[in-house]
Every structure is written in structure tokens, then in C-alpha cells.
Design a protein around this ligand. Structure first.
Ligand code: ADP
Ligand code: ZN
Length: 761
């Protein structure tokens, strides 16, 4: 009991102490507070008389209607549009030290403006859930100690009648001071005895700040532990150039294939940042890639790390956040939301795989690009940013061309004399079984015979994308989506890859009773076919159906790297970050989905995928071979990619984008809406468009039903806004969104704005 009261005392002490700090004396008596509500405004509350003004960025508890909410103070002011008598007082100040320091507060305000999203929700998505619920920003622990009179009582043997109390007292005397969790661990029934001792005044309990990370190295100076290799000339140039601008904002694009030594450059730049007393923030797109990177950091540096990704429990996330906020962590590594992680004395931001779509938040209401926010953050902090990629996005390359970013290229690793040879296989000109053309079968045979390994890439899991009745033409549909159900042969199910619907695999056509047949291919079918063709070549498949967690992934990668498996079949999951030494043949089974998509980014994605998988071929001393199956071998983008590589492709693709005024030559925003009836979402967006009138320099396109209009039982539509001027677009959004939110249809649909969308569907 007393321990808990003391915990409270400590907070009060903090408050009085911070009242003594001169700059917190504030004549303003109103706080403008962001609450986690879908409302585009701040809420004014009175600072109780005599109480110090809460610092901007700190959490407060306030009454809201009949509820009590936790909000974050944005600023303090002397005036409010709310009449004085109606202003309610702040109930309690939760933080003595703001959870959002000034740079982070500036970042969330910028994000709220730019993405036109309510600031309360922006802040909510930037903080761990536990902090939103009021958990302390600083970890506290309770320390138990023997008092002087307790010591005397022990010496006098006054505790003869209570062995339990004596045991506790002796334990405390021996280990003084003792953390409560250690006490509880050693003496499971400690509590009644300790409470009695506390009443007697023989022991005391104090609440103190706990070390923020369990890693004990927290306070030691950075020391390189693992040995660093001698840099290649290109790496050295990159490290030197970045190292020369550590105290200013500049953006570097580190362009090099997986295995070309980008991470080594990150490590050596971070080494310089640490040595100068700074901290590093590293963003990665996938949780799957974090363990490898974290291991590299741990091997190299003897400093505490905080790791933030979406697979953490709330408690783990809170503790990582605390480690970052306290400054204990010298390196913070995380997926996209880590762009909001507190990093005192930020010295550099690194965005690995900057082109990756998962750096963009596209779920929920608040859509943001962690890469773009990283640039804003770095600019505010006047520190450099490194954008690393084997296939930089066209936006990024455009910024290189216009001179805003500096490119540092890493050639392929020494020992890999030649880049892999890319060639197309014309699907119309050859016999094809289970999606594999004869020349590809022959190539696989050749590479296996020469002791190489083979990678087959197909971005479609399951056995076949369609189940067809050969008599009446019935196709198994999803009842909730405009989509077909995918056949999963081994598990005997039909599944929708859009809504997750799941049904048993029928043996006969439910319409006419005739035989049904799977049509087309997914990875499961390709695996089956390859096992028939190459029964002696051990095969692993990597897709979401067979690889469920990091353990499965590690096992699959091990079997490839050890050489136990000879053929690897997989989806997008295998294209990222992994480095295979003996892969000599890579096959892209179907390039055509990317060539003829309605999405203006599809070709870019396809090229990135091809280059990334091709990067897996021909490590070591053997040259690699890459075969791309397509029914359109003359397609210009495919041709330019094959003949001129990714840079040539990027030039051609940028020219196309410029001609059709797509980003980066224009700015886009899209309003997406969905509803349970087909017309509701379209009608809402039609109303929204009418509200916008004919704005200057902004084109409104649509609304139109989404390419797949019905998904999971809801009907989706979208309205696209396009402008050559960023400011014109944002000026329109400023007023317009407010009015859109007030449309009568607004609460009948779900709608969200996406600024700089990365896909349009
Ligand atoms: P990337 O991040 O581009 O995939 P890495 O930095 O991980 O590349 O480098 C790939 C491999 O090459 C790693 O095993 C790394 O330790 C090694 N490596 C990187 N740079 C050098 C170097 N200068 N000398 C020797 N080995 C290096
Ligand atoms: Zn579905």
C-alpha cells in the first residue's frame, strides 16, 4: 500500500520541482489539447488556478462529456473562443517531462497538416498504446530497504516470534536495497510480513526510476566490438561524404543491390554518429528483416538498442519506447511507425529499402509515408538521411536527377565479376505446363546439373487462382468480393485472398454436377509440378501459407544457404533482403500482371521485383541467369529494363510519367469511400466533388468505383485529386475536407483521405 502511495508522491514531487523551473512560469491559463477523436480541432481547457502550466507535448487527463480522456497539450494560450464559464479545468497532468519533445511535437503537427488528418489521431498513432492509456513515460520500480530501527531490531533478535518477518528483514539486510520483483521472486509470501515491517517503520519502500533498458551497457561510451572490414573504395567514398555532413540536413541515396555493402556503410556512419555523442534512427520496411539487421548492430556495437515493430506486445513496445525516450538506446531500429520514436540527440536517419510499399501506412484512417516523414524530421533536426535501395523509387530518382538528393552507388560485390544476364521467354512460342515453359524447364535442368540453385518467383500463392466447371463454365466466386476464390489443393479449401472467406473445395460443380478443374497457377501448383519434373532436387516453398513466422522463415533460409534445398519457389516474401550465395538461376514466372495494370505504379513495382529477384542470381564466382516469362516480350518497358538495367528503365518510366502528368510530375490525393450498398459511396463522393466546385490548378477525376468495387461485402469508390502544384492541392484540401466531413452522407460511409497515394485501386 505504502509503496503505491509513495509512487504517487513521487509524481507530485516531480510536479512541484518542475514548477520551480523558471521557463514554465506561464501567464497563459488555457491549454489547447489534442484528443484522440476524429475531429479536426483542438480542445481548450483551463489550467487550474495556482497550478503550473503543463508543458507542450505532455499528457493530461481531461473531462470530456461524461468521460475522462487522456490528451496531449499542443500549446498554452491566454485566450479561447470558448466562453470562460464553459471552460473545464484540466483534471491532472500525467507527465512532468513531455512525451513528445519539441521536435516530435513539430513533426506530428506537420504530419497532421500535410496529411490533413486530425492531430489527436496522429498523436495517438505515434505513441505506444500503453502511453495512450496513461502508463508512465518513465519506468518505475520499487526498492525496499531496512531502516536504522529495523537494523537494530534485527540485531536485538526482536523478531523471534515472527519467522516470516525475520526472513524478509534478513533478506533485505543482506541485499539492501532490493527491488520488489526480486523480493517477490525469492520470498513468494513476502507481502504480509513486509507490510507489517513497513508499519513498524523497520523497512521502507521507495519508488524510483528504473533503468530504461535491460541492457546494462546503457551508460558506457560507445565502443566498436565486432571488427569492421576494410571498405571498398565506393563504400569509403559514401562513408566519407556522409560523414562530412553529419551536422546538416542532406539526403543521400545509397544505391546498391542486396549484398553490395549498404549495411556496412550504415554501420560505419553510425559509428561516427555514436562517437560524436549522437543517436541513430533506422527504419526498415518489414519486421522480417529487422532481426538480421539488429544482429548486425549488436555484433558491431556495444550500445543499447531499442527495437520497435508491430509484432511487439504492448508491454514490450512501451519498454522499447521508454528506452528510446530516456536516451538509453543509442540506436533505434523499427518499422514505419518508428519514424515517430523519441530519439534525443538524433544524429542520423537511415531508411532501408526506401522504395518499399510497406513504409507507407495504408491501413486505418491516418495514411502517411514513413520515408517522407523521415525527411521532414531530418530536416528539422538538421541531420543527414540515407535512403538505401537496390531499386530506388522513381520519386527518389527524380530528386537525384534534379539535384536535391545525392546518389552514392555501390557496384556489385567484388568477386561477382558480372551482373546476371536477363532474357525473356515468350509464353506464346513454347509449350507451357503448370505455367512453366519448356526452355525454363531445360534451364533449370542445366543449372541443377551444374550444382547451382534455382529460384522460381511467382507472386500468387495457393494452387490455382480459379476453379472452373468444364461443362457449364461456372467459376467459384467469393460471395463478398468481386473476386474468384483461390484453390488451396493441399488443405482442400477455397479461399478468398481479399477478405479471407474460406470454404471446402467442391468435387463437382455446384451448378451442374459436372467435373471442376483448377485453372491457372499459384506457388503450390508450381511446387507440385517441379517435384514431378525434378524428383531428386529438394525444394522449399516460401509464401504466407507455409511460412507463418520468423522460425519458418529462418528454417527455409537455412535450408537454402546450407545447400540442402536446391529449388526455392516463392512469392514476394523471397524477394526482400535475403542474400543467397549459390543461386545461379532466377525465373520470374509471370511478368504480365505488372505490365498491364490500371495502376500507374505497376510497371515500377514489376521492375523493382525483377531487379530484386535477379539480384539473387550469380553470387560467388558463377555468372547468373535470369529468365522472365511473358506473353509480351516486345513490351518497351521490359525491353529497356533488360537492355539498359534499372536506371534505363527509370529514365523511360519517368518520361512516361512526365508525359501523362503522374507523380513525381504532379501531386495526388485520393478520397476513398466504402459503404454497404453500391450507390452510397459513389453518391457521397459525387456530393464531395460538387462541393469542391472548379478549383484553380486542381483536377478532380471521378468518382469511380474501385477496380475491385466489392471487397468483404463493402462497395468501394474513389475520387482522385491531381495538381501540378503541391500548394494548390493542399489549399483546396484545407477547407474542402472540413465540408466533406459535414455532408449528410459522411456518416453513412467510411471514408479516408490518402495524400500521395502509392496505389490507386
Ligand atoms: P547490403 O546491405 O547491401 O545487403 P551488406 O553490407 O550486408 O550489404 O554486405 C553484404 C556482405 O558483404 C556482408 O556479409 C558484409 O559483411 C560483407 N561486406 C560488406 N562490405 C564489405 C567489405 N568492404 N569487405 C568485406 N566484406 C564486406
Ligand atoms: Zn472475398
Amino acid at each position: 500500500m505504502q509503496g503505491i502511495t509513495r509512487g504517487l508522491d513521487l509524481r507530485l514531487t516531480h510536479l512541484t520541482r518542475f514548477a520551480d523551473i523558471p521557463q514554465t512560469i506561464d501567464l497563459n491559463n488555457i491549454s489547447r489539447i489534442a484528443l484522440d477523436l476524429p475531429l479536426r480541432r483542438l480542445f481548450d481547457y483551463r489550467i487550474p488556478e495556482g497550478a503550473p502550466a503543463p508543458l507542450p507535448g505532455s499528457r493530461v487527463r481531461v473531462p470530456f462529456g461524461r468521460r475522462s480522456l487522456i490528451g496531449v497539450v499542443i500549446e498554452n494560450t491566454g485566450e479561447s473562443s470558448v466562453p470562460e464559464a464553459k471552460l473545464r479545468p484540466i483534471a491532472a497532468v500525467v507527465d512532468a517531462v513531455p512525451v513528445l519533445d519539441a521536435p516530435l511535437l513539430a513533426l506530428v503537427r506537420w504530419a497532421s497538416d500535410y496529411y490533413h488528418h486530425p492531430i489527436g489521431e496522429v498523436i495517438a498513432s505515434s505513441l505506444p498504446k500503453a502511453l495512450r492509456a496513461g502508463a508512465g513515460a518513465v519506468a518505475l520500480q520499487m526498492l525496499w530497504q531496512v531502516t536504522r530501527s529495523g537494523g537494530e531490531a534485527l540485531a536485538d533478535g526482536r523478531l523471534a516470534r515472527s519467522p516470516a518477518q525475520r526472513q524478509v528483514l534478513e533478506f533485505l539486510a543482506r541485499h539492501d536495497p532490493v527491488r520488489q520483483d526480486a523480493l517477490a521472486q525469492h520470498l513468494p509470501r513476502w507481502r504480509p510480513a513486509a507490510t507489517a515491517l513497513l508499519k513498524q517503520g523497520w523497512v521502507q519502500c521507495e519508488t524510483v526510476a528504473a533503468p530504461a533498458l535491460s541492457n546494462p551497457a546503457a551508460t558506457t561510451a560507445p565502443r566498436a566490438c565486432g571488427s569492421a572490414p576494410t571498405l571498398t573504395p565506393e563504400q569509403l567514398e559514401a562513408v566519407t561524404r556522409i560523414g562530412a555532413t553529419l551536422r546538416e540536413f542532406s539526403t543521400y541515396v545509397l544505391h546498391g543491390l542486396t549484398g553490395s555493402g549498404k549495411t556496412e556503410v550504415y554501420l560505419q556512419v553510425i559509428q561516427q554518429v555514436l562517437a560524436a555523442g549522437g543517436r541513430a534512427l533506422v527504419l526498415v520496411p518489414e519486421i522480417g528483416l529487422t532481426p538480421q539487421l539488429v544482429r548486425r548492430f549488436e555484433e558491431r556495437f556495444d550500445v543499447p538498442l531499442a527495437v520497435l515493430h508491430s509484432a511487439l506486445t504492448d508491454t514490450e513496445r512501451l519498454s522499447a519506447w521508454r528506452g528510446a525516450a530516456s536516451g538509453a538506446a543509442r540506436i533505434v531500429v523499427g518499422t514505419r511507425s518508428a519514424v515517430f520514436a523519441p530519439v534525443p540527440q538524433l544524429g542520423i536517419i537511415i531508411v532501408d529499402e526506401e522504395h518499399d510499399a510497406s513504409l507507407k501506412q495504408h491501413e486505418g484512417g491516418f495514411h502517411y509515408s514513413a520515408r517522407d516523414l523521415a525527411l521532414v524530421r531530418a530536416q528539422r533536426a538538421q541531420v543527414p538521411v540515407i535512403l538505401g535501395s537496390a531499386t530506388p523509387s522513381l520519386e527518389t530518382l527524380h530528386n537525384v536527377i534534379t539535384g536535391r538528393y545525392q546518389r552514392l552507388s555501390l557496384p556489385r560485390r567484388a568477386g561477382q565479376a558480372q551482373p546476371p544476364r536477363l532474357a525473356v521467354v515468350d509464353l506464346r512460342a513454347h509449350a507451357v505446363t503448370a505455367g512453366i515453359a519448356t526452355p525454363v524447364v531445360q534451364a533449370i535442368e542445366r543449372h541443377l546439373a551444374a550444382h547451382g540453385q534455382v529460384l522460381i518467383f511467382l507472386n500468387r500463392r495457393g494452387y490455382a487462382p480459379t476453379l472452373l466447371c468444364t461443362a457449364c463454365g461456372w467459376v467459384a466466386p467469393c460471395t463478398d468480393c468481386d473476386a474468384r476464390l483461390t484453390v488451396h489443393q493441399r488443405s482442400g479449401r477455397l479461399r478468398c485472398h481479399h477478405c479471407g472467406a474460406d470454404a471446402p473445395l467442391p468435387k463437382q460443380c455446384p451448378q451442374c454436377g459436372f467435373e471442376v478443374r483448377p485453372v491457372g497457377q499459384g506457388t503450390e501448383r508450381v511446387e507440385e509440378r517441379l517435384r514431378e519434373l525434378f524428383p531428386h532436387a529438394p525444394l522449399v516453398r516460401v509464401d504466407r501459407d507455409v511460412v507463418r513466422g520468423q522460425g519458418d522463415m529462418d528454417a527455409a533460409l537455412d535450408s537454402i544457404n546450407s545447400g540442402a534445398a536446391r529449388i526455392l519457389v516463392g512469392t514476394q516474401m523471397i524477394t526482400k533482403g535475403h542474400d543467397f550465395q549459390n543461386m545461379t538461376l532466377v525465373v520470374v514466372l509471370n511478368a504480365d500482371q505488372g505490365l498491364f495494370s490500371t495502376d500507374f505504379r505497376a510497371a515500377e513495382r514489376l521492375a523493382q521485383t525483377i531487379v530484386q529477384v535477379a539480384g539473387r542470381a550469380g553470387r560467388g564466382s558463377r555468372p547468373g541467369e535470369v529468365l522472365i516469362q511473358t506473353a509480351y516480350p516486345e513490351h518497351p518497358l521490359l525491353q529497356v529494363l533488360i537492355n539498359e538495367g534499372y536506371d534505363g528503365f527509370a529514365r523511360a518510366a519517368l518520361a512516361e510519367r512526365e508525359a501523362s502528368a503522374w507523380p513525381p510530375f504532379s501531386r495526388l490525393a485520393v478520397v476513398r469511400a466504402s459503404a454497404t450498398t453500391a450507390p452510397a459511396a459513389l453518391e457521397f463522393l459525387t456530393e464531395a466533388r460538387r462541393l469542391a466546385g472548379a478549383p484553380r490548378a486542381v483536377k478532380l477525376l471521378g468518382p469511380v468505383p474501385a477496380a475491385m468495387a466489392r471487397r468483404a461485402g463493402r462497395f468501394h469508390s474513389q475520387l482522385l485529386l491531381e495538381s501540378p502544384e503541391r500548394n494548390a492541392l493542399h489549399r483546396l484540401l484545407d477547407d474542402w475536407l472540413e465540408q466533406v466531413g459535414e455532408l449528410p452522407g459522411a456518416h453513412r460511409v467510411r471514408w479516408a483521405l490518402d495524400v500521395d497515394p502509392i496505389d490507386l485501386f
